[in-house]
Design a protein around this ligand. Structure first.
Ligand SMILES: Nc1ncnc2c1ncn2[C@@H]1O[C@H](COP(=O)(O)OP(=O)(O)O)[C@@H](O)[C@H]1O
Ligand SMILES: [Mg+2]
Length: 506
């Protein structure tokens, strides 16, 4: 079906058309010329009327013209050209001629476009529910993915759909579950393996422990005491029994010995008093983070199960602990994958991992430095060489680290209204055009712009509704309160009955 005709100057990447029909934004069209069949996407539509142009200022005149010629409108649209269907979707070298007809793309062509290797089904086209949208698996795992949208737009649903599809390829998935949404989830294609947020301090880096012991960068003397004790403790515990020693207690013991206390508890004559601060801080941390530390635990990565959704439940931990866990796990994963490929140590991780990080703006904030951000950036940059994939999820894209975001070579962007968020996302993704950005506020729940290496063309997708079960959708507050009131009334009536049985009278 012809939907319009090219007009004006036509480039190799974009054309303008005039039409008397109303195509839809996001719809695919084809332009036939010079033996080519060039696929494009309608990105922008306006309606105008030559008789009612912007220079008219007389309200009476406008009403008169509208009465007699109000239906003489035209539709002007912009098409982003995506490539020649007959030539592997490469962009043509010559532009179309003005006057060339624009047709809606045939179903066969679209089915071909969404037929990919190792397909991950995300949903259907927003404008054509009979066309299935599949994206390619490997580019997601290799080149990372960002899922961005305002709250309630459908990020977690998308994550669940994606994870379930990846399970069908036995991908080991590791979710940092900030809200406890996935620990009780049910996936049609695989099991959930809940991993406890516990670390054996013996496997922590000095920076990770320091974050919890809260020795500030400016406290140079404290830092030096701590560093020396940490290094000494490490050299003492290396070997087979490392993972059963109480590493933090060992640090305290080393510091206590060094403090050389006399009988009144004063530090020795030649020792700086600030060593006491360090001892207190380590002991405080042992108290405060008692739930996090587990001196009998092996490395947390050894708990990952292949072909399952491995869920690290962070809903009960505070932010500083979440940061330490993320940094600890990503650092170890990268190190162990390097060892696996290059040898040098038997501490290896023998399989790839796909990490899902919700609340990415907290764990990789744009303005502040943090350990977790550092390791998210490292995995974003280097992970591809070692089979470590990242999926960053956020409802506040503008506060997600720009560096990390621009390493996400795939994006699923659902409804996103705030201009600042839109600008930040656009600057991190070259394939997101201004016209597509403009569509973001008008998307409905579950509708997304999908782009990047996983897809041959940018796509407007209605994401499938997740078939399994997950928690964390909106609460039914009114319903819950009604139940609550009913239960109260029941209870009052029960008490009344009891009282009557006992012979009291009201
Ligand atoms: N693709 C979809 N199809 C149908 N319902 C959806 C879809 N995406 C989201 N929803 C519904 O919208 C609500 C919010 O979705 P959710 O994924 O929790 O949003 P977010 O994580 O972005 O805050 C949920 O109740 C969910 O069931
Ligand atoms: Mg969510």
């Amino acid at each position: 079906m012809v939907v319009g005709f090219c007009v004006g100057e036509i480039s190799l990447t974009e054309l303008t058309f005039i039409s008397d029909k109303m195509p839809q934004v996001g719809e695919y069209v084809t332009v036939d010329y010079d033996g080519k069949k060039v696929l494009g996407m309608v990105e922008n539509l306006v309606r105008g009327n030559d008789a009612l142009n912007i220079d008219l200022h007389d309200v009476d005149a406008i009403q008169t013209i509208a009465r007699i010629g109000g239906n003489d409108y035209y539709i002007k649209g912009k098409v982003k050209l995506l490539g020649d269907v007959n030539d592997n979707l490469r962009l043509p070298r010559t532009p179309a001629l003005p006057g060339t007809p624009i047709k809606l793309a045939d179903k066969e062509i679209l089915n071909e476009v969404f037929q990919v290797k190792n397909p991950i089904r995300l949903g259907t086209l927003v404008n054509q529910s009979d066309i299935e949208v599949n994206v390619e698996g490997n580019p997601i795992l290799n080149r990372h993915l960002a899922i961005l949208a305002m709250t309630g737009a459908g990020k977690s649903n998308t994550v669940a759909v994606l994870m379930d599809q990846l399970l069908s390829y036995s991908v080991p998935i590791f979710v940092f579950d900030m809200h406890g949404e996935y620990r009780d989830a049910d996936f049609p294609n695989g099991d959930v393996n809940v991993i406890q947020p516990k670390i054996n301090p013996v496997y922590m880096s000095i920076q990770e422990i320091r974050r919890l012991v809260s020795i500030p960068n400016s406290a140079v003397i404290q830092e030096r005491f701590f560093r020396r004790a940490f290094n000494k403790a490490q050299s003492m515990v290396s070997g087979a029994t490392a993972h059963t020693s109480n590493f933090l207690q060992l640090i305290v013991d080393i510091l206590t010995k060094e403090a050389d206390f006399d009988e009144e508890g004063n530090v020795g004559a030649n020792v700086d008093k600030r060593i006491v601060d360090v001892i207190n801080k380590v002991e405080d941390a042992m108290d405060k983070y008692g739930n996090l530390f587990d001196n009998n635990k092996g490395n947390i990565l050894t708990g990952i199960k292949i072909g399952q959704v491995n869920v690290l439940d962070l809903s009960q931990t505070d932010e500083s602990v979440a940061e330490v866990l993320v940094s600890h796990i990503l650092r170890n994963a990268l190190q162990r994958r390097k060892n696996y490929f290059h040898g040098g140590s038997d501490k290896t991780l023998d399989h790839p991992v796909f990490f899902v990080i919700e609340e990415a703006h907290i764990l990789a904030p744009n303005k502040r430095d943090s350990q977790s951000k550092h390791w998210i950036q490292r995995v974003a940059r280097e992970g591809r060489k070692f089979g470590l994939g990242l999926c960053l999820v956020s409802q506040s894209p503008k506060t997600v680290d720009h560096d990390a975001l621009s390493q996400m070579n795939n994006m699923i962007i659902l409804r996103l209204v705030e201009p600042e968020d839109q600008r930040h996302v656009q600057s991190a993704s070259e394939s997101l055009s201004k016209d597509l950005i403009n569509q973001l506020p008008s998307l409905n729940v579950g509708e997304a712009i999908v782009l990047g290496l996983m897809s041959k063309v940018p796509t407007l997708v209605k994401i499938d509704e997740f078939k399994g079960r997950r928690t964390g959708g909106d609460l039914d507050i009114i319903g819950d309160l009604a139940d609550f009131n009913k239960a109260e009334e029941e209870e009052i009536r029960r008490q009344e009955r009891e009282s009557l049985d006992l012979g009291y009278d009201y």
